[in-house]
Design a protein around this ligand. Structure first.
Ligand SMILES: *Cc1c(COP(=O)(O)O)cnc(C)c1O
Length: 384
């Protein structure tokens, strides 16, 4: 039967159990190409990979295995728990925790050969004292705040640290880092302001590798790249800049199972709140994916505002009415009848409706779409 989808997708969907209402297809070769693009953009720097939040929701283990087939050797997670989980299957990886050193956790870092990003003078003091006490020059990164006001040593703390060089002796400061706040707007003057602040503070600690850029930063001018780049979203196929088109390709495809195909009479309303009235006799495909799966309620459609769009092959199916917890309704009136059947699939995310398209409908960003991807989905990792 012609289903309207490509062969690779068809094979992935066929591999999903018939019971699955949502199927997430993650294309690892696309992920690897995206990493390579980020690495090529920041040519002189080593290119790490940010894999926090379960590799932005895509699944840390398969993502890591794929990235290690490229040149990725250094990885950033958010928390110590994430780092410990990562260590169980990445024995040789260099792993940093972006959220910093929690009180009393130094021994855990040492035992698992993990590296904290030291985000305050207090963290530097604790790590330094631990290393001194155990006579172990353990590596760590030090983060300076140059404009985020979130984590990282404030300028005064940086000056205080420079004045207490004995604090740096007992451990090995392996990386000095900071984080850009508006790198998605390449021409924004704040990029240069942060660069200058970072330059000033790092000059106090010569001879240590420097790291400033995230995905969007990899696309800035050469001088920003320094020694270590830290791309995340670009690897996962999100557009890191506000500029279109993106240089990175989609990695995630989401398919929702059609649980019912029904007739809707002109003048009837669809869904909770009766927010959308059918303007013609319609064929409606009800799909077993809803906001509980991270298919945000914000992408709903109403008489006042169109919603997200699903696809079967080349055919567009506009969302109709509100997204509910477990179900979403699509207008399949214009799709050939043979392609719309109970048990079939509607593409909710992929090349035609990208992560960023869906985010725009929901009033959010691609990062939140990816990290919200549901736990109910059957996941298929495609290696070809
Ligand atoms: C999340 C994060 C990154 C990666 O950012 P992307 O925009 O996803 O590339 C890099 N550095 C820090 C400090 C981060 O928190």
């Amino acid at each position: 039967m012609d289903t309207g989808f490509s062969e690779a997708v068809e094979r992935a969907l066929a591999a999903a159990p018939a019971s699955a209402n949502g199927v997430l297809v993650i294309r690892l070769p696309a992920l690897r190409r995206n990493y390579r693009r980020a690495a090529e953009a920041s040519l002189k720097a080593e290119t790490a990979a940010v894999v926090k939040a379960d590799a932005y929701g895509l699944g840390i283990q398969p993502v890591l295995t794929a990235l290690q087939k490229e040149t990725a050797r250094t990885f950033f997670v958010a928390t110590l728990d994430e780092a410990l989980a990562l260590r169980t299957f990445a024995n040789d990886a260099t792993i940093y925790t972006l959220n910093g050193l929690m009180p009393g956790t130094s021994a855990v870092y040492r035992d698992a050969r993990l590296r904290p990003v030291l985000n305050s003078l207090a963290e530097v003091e604790e790590w330094s004292a631990y290393c001194r006490e155990h006579e172990a020059r353990l590596p760590a990164a030090i983060q300076f705040d140059t404009g985020m006001c979130r984590v990282g040593l404030e300028p005064e703390a940086a000056d205080a640290l420079a004045a207490r060089s004995e604090l740096l002796q007992p451990f090995r400061p392996a990386v000095l880092m900071s984080h850009l706040v508006r790198a998605d707007e390449p021409m924004h003057p704040l990029n240069e302001v942060q660069f200058k602040r970072f330059e000033a503070v790092t000059s106090l600690f010569p001879g240590i590798a420097k790291s400033l850029v995230n995905s969007a930063g990899c696309l800035l001018r050469r001088k920003y790249h320094l020694d270590l780049a830290r791309p995340g979203i670009a690897i996962y196929g999100g557009n890191p800049q506000k500029v279109e088109p993106t240089q990175f390709e989609p990695v995630v495809w989401l398919f929702g199972r059609i649980v019912q195909v029904r007739h809707g009479e002109k003048g009837f309303t669809v869904g909770y709140g009766a927010t959308e009235t059918l303007k013609r006799d319609s064929r409606i495909a009800t799909v077993g994916v809803g906001y509980a799966d991270g298919y945000f309620r914000g992408v709903s459609s109403s008489d006042a505002k169109p919603g997200a769009v699903g696809h079967i092959g080349e055919h567009a199916l506009p969302l109709i009415g509100r997204v509910s917890m477990d179900l979403t309704t699509f207008d399949a009136t214009d799709v050939p009848e043979a392609l719309v059947h109970r048990g079939g699939f509607v593409e909710l995310l992929g090349e035609k409706t990208t992560v960023d398209d869906l985010a725009r409908h929901a009033g959010t960003i691609g990062y939140e779409v990816l990290t919200s991807l549901g736990r109910r989905y059957h996941r298929v990792y495609v290696d070809e």
